[in-house]
Design a binder for this molecule. Structure first.
Ligand code: ZN
Length: 468
């Protein structure tokens, strides 16, 4: 994610410590059926995610009418029980659930706040694969977060935008809403004829019947739920092929056809190639980007294979390739290799910020070394990059201090080892989730030397580290 320029930060609220719910077991009852946990145990997103199962795939069929803001959906969630499950939760915000089946048999369901609690007719043994079908409908809502801003389903003048970090998915489908459980997605979205409906991944066949058009999108690489998006409305859609893969870009019809947003998004393929030369092969089967016009989207987000750009980046009247660099860098750092828990978000933002430094140098602006020196001089070392606190998830320590740590690594191990290390990391950890310790451990093995003191100093030390 990158915030738009001049964005006003929401007032800081007091962080509320999450009660972490853990499925309890007594001694000797390892095979006893028991409820799955009601959240992922991540204090940055209390209540989000669930335990007891692992999702492989979401098959979503949704119909949305912008005139009424009403959505009807059928979600088919294919998962594997990781403990013997008597019941389990999915995250779902608002919306009315009309029917739930598990393995084709009617299941008992109830709502508990933002949780959908499902009790299958029989317990699910550890390791058992199962499919949950949920029929639901209603007017989707946004999630308003005093610390992090709003996310979720935003009804716009001409349609809707489903977007947000760290959460958005649960506002339009039942989901294990935490990046630790990545899955494949197969989405069909039906909208009135003449309205565009954009999603993640490779486009499928588009069909029309009775005044409604169904758009199909498929993302076969594992995707974290917050990286899913739906953008519905009046858009100019451009399709093509880049490096043998489909490219889909879209620009809100209310923005100029040859304006700064359109011209920035049009550089997606070129910028992805620039990054691939440094980070390793582009990790997904499609490319793209979506420029929206709604001012309430005060940020850009790295939604998988198809980032969404808010209008604030293009106000200066000239193209802004830098934000495209940032969001495309996340395709490697954040999307393909995802955080296992939000406290490690510098692994996403530090590298995406560093990619902007590399791009500026490539474009003839200041060098990465100059960007590093300038940022070093103004850094507040009392703010840690790792586990910065929920309210500082998108703070300078995560972005700028994270990028400083990346450059300090480069200065310490040298360019050859540094870029080999980055390409090795993105290859070895592709489609997975990782922590800071995973990265430090990998870097030490790749460089053949201890690097923990370096990362400690640059990521979390309370005083300015010595320049490498
Ligand atoms: Zn970012």
């Amino acid at each position: 994610m990158r915030r738009s320029p001049h964005r006003i930060r929401p007032a800081l609220a007091v962080a509320v410590a999450a009660a972490v719910l853990v499925g309890c077991t007594g001694p000797g009852d390892d095979d006893a059926f028991r409820p799955g946990a009601a959240d992922a145990g991540d204090p940055y997103v209390p209540g989000r995610g669930n335990g007891g199962y692992d999702v492989e795939a979401y098959r979503l069929r949704v119909r949305y009418d912008p005139a009424t803001d009403r959505l009807t959906g059928r979600a088919s969630v294919t998962a594997t029980a990781t403990v013997p499950l008597s019941r389990f939760n999915l995250d779902l915000i608002g919306l009315d659930v009309t029917e739930v089946t598990v393995a084709g048999a009617a299941a008992t369901h109830r709502r508990d706040g933002d949780e959908l609690v499902v009790t299958p007719p029989r317990g699910l043994p550890r390791g058992a694969g199962f499919t949950v079908e949920v029929a639901y409908a209603g007017v989707p809502t946004a999630v308003r977060d005093g610390e992090l801003g709003s996310g979720g389903w935003l009804h716009t003048a001409d349609g809707a935008i489903a977007l947000g970090q760290p959460e958005s998915a649960a506002t339009w489908f039942p989901v294990n809403d935490h990046p630790s459980d990545k899955a494949r997605y197969d989405v069909e979205v039906t909208v009135p004829d003449g309205t565009e409906a954009l999603g993640n991944g490779v486009p499928g066949e588009r069909t029309s019947a009775d005044g409604w058009t169904t758009w199909r999108w498929r993302e076969d690489a594992p995707m974290a739920s917050y990286l899913s998006t739906l953008v519905i409305g009046d858009y100019r859609v451009t399709t093509g092929v880049h490096a043998g893969r489909p490219t889909v870009t879209a620009v809100a019809a209310s923005l100029p056809a040859d304006g700064p947003a359109a011209r920035s998004v049009a550089r997606t393929g070129e910028i992805a190639d620039f990054l691939a030369a440094r980070f390793g092969p582009y990790p997904f089967a499609s490319y793209g980007g979506i420029a929206v016009a709604d001012d309430r989207i005060g940020y850009a987000l790295e939604t998988q294979s198809r980032p969404v750009y808010g209008p604030g980046f293009f106000r200066a009247g000239r193209p802004n390739p830098s934000v495209v660099v940032h969001e495309l860098a996340h395709q490697w750092f954040g999307d393909s290799v995802s955080v296992a828990r939000w406290q490690d978000i510098w692994l996403n933002e530090g590298f995406a910020t560093y990619a902007e430094w590399l791009w500026a140098e490539h474009e003839g602006g200041r060098s990465a070394q100059q960007a590093f020196e300038a940022r070093y001089a103004v850094t507040d070392w009392s703010e840690p990059s790792v586990d910065p606190g929920r309210s500082e998830m998108f703070g300078d320590a995560v972005y700028q201090r994270g990028a400083l740590a990346v450059h300090a690594l480069r200065r310490t191990v040298g360019d050859e080892t540094f870029f080999r290390l980055l390409r090795g990391w993105t290859a070895e950890w592709r489609d997975r989730t990782a922590t800071t310790d995973d990265f430090v451990g990998y870097a030490e093995r790749a460089a053949g030397r201890p690097l923990r003191p370096l990362f400690d100093a640059w990521l979390v030390g309370a005083t300015a580290p010595a320049l490498p």
